[in-house]
Design a protein around this ligand. Sequence first.
Ligand code: DGL
Length: 263
Amino acid sequence: MKIGVFDSGLGGLFVMRALVRKLPRYDYVYLGDTQRVPYGNRSPETVYRFLEEAVRYLFKKDCGLIIVACNTASAEALRKIQRNYLPKHYPKRRVLGVIIPTVEEALKDKKIEKIGVLATQGTVNSGAYIRELKKLNRGVKVFQNAAPMLVPLIESGEFKRAEPFVREYLKPLKRKKVQKIILGCTHYPALKNMIRRIAGVPVVSQDEIIPRKLKDYLSHHPEIDSLLSENWKRELLVTDITPEYVRFSRKWFGKTKLKTVEL
Ligand code: DGL
């Protein structure tokens, strides 16, 4: 069986590229819902419906494990998938999110007292980062800011135009003197150099974390690892083939065929 990587759009390609580099033997299916991106400004009910459709699709494609790279979907809908959908339909398979591993990494440094989170409106409203950060360190002060303009700019390849928005979105976090900033959205690694330069504090980027965390997870869960096939295969699926998606996937996955699917 394969590893599925799901995102609302092309942002998850950053995680997918990092996974393939670190754990190349496994077979991967990427699914990006480029037709319906962004998820970040939708209701939790809609995000749940979209995620359930994606999970069902990837399980039908023979995925034994799905990584929900999308923070918005991880924040708003993953728990319900894990608690209700999975035990009923696919009890032996797993769906994992990105928020808990990110938070573990961010708080590895025990001296952190103030932490910033940059994410979509949906992720901020869900309170998921605050909840998970405080589970690990009750005293940590968490400052969140939603950055709704960044995803559309990234999906359309307008990286340079993002700088004034990045400055504006980082301002309240800098004012609070946060010691670290979590990029709580799959798309933001596209701007991580710019964000690091402007933030002036360490920035946690999920493409740098998730592969190592998945490796750890699989070594602790041989029952899941043994489900996974190792033929070095990659599949790239989206609900709409957009120009920027073509650019990224060509750059990182060469000639891998791009296919559109309906969820
Ligand atoms: N992929 C989403 C996330 O990680 C952001 C993009 C969106 O709003 O759909 O939160």
